[in-house]
Design a protein around this ligand. Structure first.
Ligand SMILES: Cc1cc2nc3c(=O)[nH]c(=O)nc-3n(C[C@H](O)[C@H](O)[C@H](O)COP(=O)(O)O)c2cc1C
Length: 391
């Protein structure tokens, strides 16, 4: 599906989809950390029936898997947000609609299924509150507040494709001409707009709209502001973009319902820790608050590893986007079902009948993560020390 996406999309869109920040160190590190984890299958268990179903935040999910929020998906295919929502609903999986999405939240939520609304901290605090109220009224099941974007990450590929004034360079225009299916669809629908950011951008042209959105984000948003938002938001509130255990502890104390250990898929701070490395210490800090994780998940084996480490669910960003670019709603559904089908098979192969019972016993040695936090986590009955293997 990735190959099909590459064929259909111009280079600048592929870079937007796949690119990381800086030199791509964190992008690569997410993958390397996942690959370093090894599974130890348990045999001679009855795995004739395997269940992927789970409940999280009181919501039933067909599998512990969600579509992560991805902004400007309409650049890949007009109407993308509806396609992502519909495919997720078909599979019984939740979908997180990005604040930088291109279809009104009301239209997306009307597709059914479990839709979460992602928001950014905005300078205009009323705007954030208005968007939360709008999403709740539209039927969204909760709010995801992304906190790893006080400023934009350094993305060198942007300069390759656009002038400092934000205009496409000549080679970018020529490349678009070489992708007629994408170009015709984009011309027919016009450039993606931003009906959900929360800011009033009516009447602005597309470039002014983007500028308003970038400048609208609030780099001065703190834990105190989060506490106010928590009080104002009656429903489920999950914080996305954490990697430091102290931050996880603080948001748990402020009453967040959950957190997503995330580095924005390696698109924000290059050189930062991979999410899998960060997870064990964050789990300790989280107490009873459930943690989810994203970053680099590409197949069912990855999903199983992260769940075995202790995350309650896994989010995927680029995987559904590959499906979207390749074949629209059906492509998204296919990409997601590849993950769930493989997860089903991996569960049977590691000897686990129920995905909610997956734990560190199926991981070898150091779990591919920080040794100290691995040792600190330990297992019940080992006095805080991990058994030699599995840890
Ligand atoms: C094209 C693209 C756009 C994204 N836009 C957003 C966004 O608007 N809000 C957000 O919180 N995260 C955004 N993310 C980050 C994802 O939610 C998620 O953290 C990341 O994609 C996970 O890594 P993966 O793509 O390797 O699965 C975006 C990621 C991609 C690839």
């Amino acid at each position: 599906m990735r190959a099909l996406a590459h064929r259909r999309l111009p280079r600048f869109v592929v870079d937007y989809l796949e690119g990381g920040a800086g030199r791509g160190l964190t992008l690569a590190r997410n993958r390397a950390a996942l690959d370093a984890i090894a599974l130890v299958p348990r045999t001679l268990r009855d795995v004739s029936e395997v269940s992927l179903a789970t409940r999280l935040f009181g919501l039933a999910m067909a599998a512990p898997l969600m579509i992560a929020p991805t902004g400007v998906a309409g650049l890949l295919r007009p109407g993308a947000d509806v396609m992502l929502a519909r495919a997720a609903a078909r599979l019984g999986l939740p979908f997180v609609l990005s604040a930088a999405s291109n279809v009104p939240v009301e239209d997306v939520a009307a597709q059914g299924g479990l839709v979460w609304m992602q928001v950014y901290p905005l300078r205009d605090r009323e705007a954030t509150r208005r968007l939360v109220a709008r999403a709740t009224k539209a039927g969204c099941v909760g709010i995801v507040l992304t906190v790893d974007t006080p400023v934009a990450g350094v993305r060198h590929w942007e300069a390759r494709h656009f002038t400092p004034a934000g205009r496409p360079r000549l080679r970018t225009r020529l490349d678009a001409l070489r992708h007629p299916a994408w170009l015709m669809a984009t011309l027919r629908h016009g450039p993606p707009r931003f009906p959900n950011i929360g800011l009033d951008v009516t009447g602005l042209d597309e470039r002014a709209e983007r500028k308003a959105i970038n400048e609208g984000k609030d780099p001065a948003f703190t834990f105190d502001d989060l506490a106010i938002l928590r009080d104002a938001c009656a429903g489920r509130l999950v914080v996305k973009g954490l990697a430091a255990p102290e931050d996880v502890e603080r948001i748990a104390a402020l009453g967040a319902d959950g957190a997503i250990i995330s580095n924005h898929g390696g698109r924000q701070l290059d050189g930062m820790v991979s999410t899998v490395e960060a997870l064990p210490a964050c789990l300790q800090a989280a107490g009873a608050m459930p943690l989810m994780l994203d970053g680099g998940i590409r197949d069912g084996v990855d999903v199983a590893k992260v769940l075995a480490l202790g995350a309650k669910a896994v989010l995927v960003g680029r995987v559904p986007l590959y499906g979207l670019a390749a074949a629209g709603e059906d492509g998204v559904a296919h990409a997601l079902s590849l993950l769930t089908k493989e997860l089903d098979r991996v569960l049977a192969l590691v000897g686990c009948r129920d995905v909610t019972g997956l734990d560190r016993r199926v991981l070898s040695g150091r779990c591919g993560s920080d040794r100290d936090s691995c040792l600190r986590l330990g297992r019940p009955g080992t006095g805080g020390r991990a058994a030699s293997a599995p840890c």
